[in-house]
Design a protein around this ligand. Sequence first.
Ligand SMILES: NC(=O)C1=CN([C@@H]2O[C@H](COP(=O)(O)OP(=O)(O)OC[C@H]3O[C@@H](n4cnc5c(N)ncnc54)[C@H](OP(=O)(O)O)[C@@H]3O)[C@@H](O)[C@H]2O)C=CC1
Ligand SMILES: Nc1nc(=O)c2c([nH]1)NC[C@@H]1CN(c3ccc(C(=O)N[C@@H](CCC(=O)O)C(=O)O)cc3)C=[N+]21
Length: 302
Amino acid sequence: MTATRIDGKAFAATVREKVAVHVANLKAEHGITPGLAVVLVGEDPASQVYVRSKGKQTQEVGMKSVEHKLDAATSEADLLALIDKLNRDETIHGILVQLPLPKHLNEDLVINAIDPAKDVDGFHISNVGLLGTGQKSMVPCTPLGCLMMLRDHHGSLSGMDAVVIGRSNIVGKPMAQLLLGDSCTVTIAHSRTKDLPDVVRRADIVVAAVGRAEMVPGSWIKPGATVIDVGINRVDAGLKDDGSPKTRLVGDVDFASACEIAGAITPVPGGVGPMTIACLLANTLTACCRVNGLAEPEGLTV
Ligand SMILES: NC(=O)C1=CN([C@@H]2O[C@H](COP(=O)(O)OP(=O)(O)OC[C@H]3O[C@@H](n4cnc5c(N)ncnc54)[C@H](OP(=O)(O)O)[C@@H]3O)[C@@H](O)[C@H]2O)C=CC1
Ligand SMILES: Nc1nc(=O)c2c([nH]1)NC[C@@H]1CN(c3ccc(C(=O)N[C@@H](CCC(=O)O)C(=O)O)cc3)C=[N+]21
């Protein structure tokens, strides 16, 4: 059997089109332009991959895009002062601070300094608490994108067995909350999980968010299961014609062997990554509508 490919790139394009229509309406009817500020401290390579497409896509849907690139040695006080300024700026509806931050900065402190209404990553403790109690919140972009693809593929997820591999605050835990919210029976696996292959084999839905290249082979997958591969891993791919090293992106799942067993699977690249950015734009629009007391666009959040 060859698994259905869930095309995150194409899905993300439809999400961005919806966002663009709403942004145009906001401008025409209310004279409001949603604005997103991205703060990047230092030069983490994974964050740069993300920032590259983001600024361009923000402008393509008609929103204002602002980037603040700070030196790796920026003090906590200076970073907090910038966040305070963005919190007060009425032209900015979404604030994203790229993670990870350099070691000398306290991530929890910085994230919790963002106005929760502008926290388009959904990482502020008040948004985490709202999501965990089933209240309206800002939902983290990567898990939101994964949920949209799962709902699109399956319709209802009610009663399905879901395994999330990874328990980070930015992917694994919020993903598990969303699946629970959709009435899946959820297992969260991590580096101390015993018999991970057996745990994964029980799942109708597998979400892999580990950060280990091609760790999950097809032999772990229950036949017909849906596999969502969050991992973004850059691996060696030989040499270019000029002799310089070549790299390519792979997920946490061994795509070739998983394709033989799974019912459906997201590729890397072209799966979860593009959906994450599309959901960031959707969250910025949602935040802008909420702060202005306007109706929220349908189908762009949970
Ligand atoms: N496509 C996208 O939009 C995004 C992709 N990513 C990618 O997703 C991946 C995960 O990111 P993130 O959640 O931030 O990563 P973290 O490093 O924060 O978390 C990794 C998780 O994987 C678990 N883990 C590590 N080794 C194993 C193992 N051998 N078996 C089982 N579990 C293991 C860890 O367990 P423990 O807690 O016990 O240490 C941890 O919970 C990365 O590749 C990242 O680049 C991230 C964000 C967005
Ligand atoms: N505050 C914060 N929020 C985040 O959401 C966040 C973050 N920090 N730090 C870094 C990680 C990583 N991340 C990615 C998003 C999209 C792609 C993406 O679009 N990937 C393309 C490939 C891009 C390429 O080809 O290089 C794809 O998978 O098709 C990748 C990685 C968000 N993150």
